[in-house]
Write a protein that binds this ligand. Structure first.
Ligand code: GDP
Length: 457
């Protein structure tokens, strides 16, 4: 394997920047960098050295160098980590020097891919590292850390073992038993398969919550101009991000921000006010708002209770369509006495049952209730107290396929189909589970997965 190099820390000015080399020539390259061909650092111990490039006689940096001898390294190969001062120019110089000395720039995820190839970790663990780096909330980071500790692979292992056990029984029946398998044995195989199918389904069932932690909920706030959309946007974010004015039509384009409710990431969009308009810029904004509504998971449709509801308010509420929606009655601080009549009038006109929340975006009254109502329809379990959750769509898809193969094998078994036919489905089921952990994943699939990693990981 050739030797690869990459910056392992983010690009930009920082206290330190770490360059990582992996491959047989790592130590040789490090020796040239420190201009000492007898440099033989103790493994896993950081050593302070002057680092040189080809041209200068003076050192370009003083760096901490750590050597990890194969196979006791992240990739399973010889690895050298060079912790330089975090100057982008200097880091570029050192990387260029490594390239000149025979290393090659690493592809995205190539360190992790080598680790997988060398049996240092399974695919779910490699993916967990990516997810940990990409985590947007502490709950997502915790889930990734559990996966990194091997929890997912650990849960799958007994299922794979038992499935293999069933396959072996059927294979040997095929080989050695002249007649059909006795009914009692068929029943026991079917009941084992039922158990395995439910175990796979149970793990797959955690995906809704797992995916919620990872992908979060996209929420748009819509309503007529001046009902208080930007004020709510700011109140939810806890900062003055959107401009709040009394002049209708101020938010002409959309604002996007992220925040969390109970550890669930929320992407919030403040749309331009929805109204018929002749202003071209505003028109584009309004058109975009309509498209956004079709694109999000939840729409907060806002009305202003301090003025009578208009036909436009109703049109907006109805135009939300099949998306989850919450109607927010805003400005209750100035018109508390009108709220219930306002709500009843709207309820009467709406064709589908819709939750209502009373709010004052100005005082914050009702904000906590609104936050709860935002996550409630999407959160089947408390994502913060549940066990391991499947969060990767790839894993979910493979689990579902495996469960389906097991179910159809049970049906075939009950219809007394030949063992050969039943076995095809069970082999598929086992292969799908193996693809999750990487044992049976094809090269193409692996390069696709690792292309989603960052360079230097
Ligand atoms: P948008 O056009 O829908 O984004 O509305 P803004 O958030 O810009 O608010 C329009 C006006 O209503 C501003 O003067 C806000 O201060 C005011 N406003 C917004 N929410 C409330 C509220 O809950 N109570 C009161 N009294 N005024 C509000």
């Amino acid at each position: 394997m050739d030797t690869i190099v990459a910056l392992a820390t983010p690009v930009g000015r920082s206290g330190i920047g770490v360059i990582r080399l992996s491959g047989a020539d790592s130590l040789k390259i490090a020796r040239t960098l420190v201009r000492d061909h007898t440099f033989n650092p103790e493994a896993r111990v950081a050593t302070l050295r002057q680092v040189y490039d080809e041209t200068e006689t003076d050192a370009i940096d003083q760096s901490l160098i750590t050597y990890f001898r194969a196979p006791h390294s992240f990739t399973g190969e010889d690895v050298v980590e060079i912790s330089c001062h975090g100057s982008p120019i200097l880091l570029r110089l050192v990387i260029d020097e490594c390239l000149r000395l025979g290393a090659r720039m690493a592809d995205a995820g190539e360190f992790s891919l080598r680790s997988l190839a060398n049996g240092r970790m399974d695919l779910t663990e490699a993916e967990a590292i990516r997810d940990l780096i990409d985590a947007q909330t502490t709950a997502a980071a915790r889930q990734a850390a559990r996966q990194l500790r091997g929890e997912f692979a650990h849960e799958l292992q007994p299922i794979k073992d038992d499935l293999l056990g069933v396959i072996v029984v059927l294979e040997s029946a095929l080989e050695f038993v002249e007649d059909d398998l006795p009914q009692i044995q068929l029943e026991s195989i079917a009941s084992n398969l039922e158990k395995l199918g439910s175990a796979v389904a149970k793990i797959a069932g955690t995906f809704q919550a797992g995916n919620l932690i990872r992908e979060g909920i996209r929420v748009a706030i819509v309503g007529r101009p001046n009902v208080g959309k930007s004020s709510l946007f700011n109140a939810l974010l806890g900062s003055d991000r959107a401009i709040v004015t009394e002049i209708p039509g101020t938010t002409r384009d959309q604002l996007h921000e992220k925040f969390t409710i109970s550890n669930i990431p929320i992407s919030l969009i403040d749309t331009a006010g929805l109204r018929e308009t002749t202003d071209t810029v505003e028109k584009i904004g309004v058109e975009r708002s309509r498209r956004t509504m079709a694109d999000v998971d939840l729409v907060i449709a806002m009305v202003d209770v301090s003025v009578p509801a208009t036909e436009e308010d109703l049109q907006i509420l109805e135009s939300v369509g099949p998306t989850e929606r919450i109607v927010v009655l805003n400005k209750i601080d100035i018109a508390p006495q009108r709220v219930s009549a306002f709500r009843d009038a709207l309820k009467e006109r709406l064709s589908t049952p819709t939750p209502f929340v009373d709010l004052s975006a100005r005082t914050g009254a009702g904000l906590d209730v609104l936050k709860k109502s935002i996550v409630e329809p999407f959160s089947p379990v408390d994502v913060n107290s549940s066990g391991f959750l499947v969060s990767d769509a790839r894993h979910y898809d493979l689990l579902v396929r495996s469960r389906d193969e097991i179910s159809s094998s049970i049906e075939l078994l009950q219809k007394k189909a030949s063992e050969e036919i039943v076995l095809v489905g069970l082999h598929n089921a086992l292969r799908y589970l193996g693809e999750i952990t990487g044992e049976t994943t094809t090269e193409d699939m692996l390069s696709h997965i690792f292309s989603t990693f960052c360079i230097g990981k």
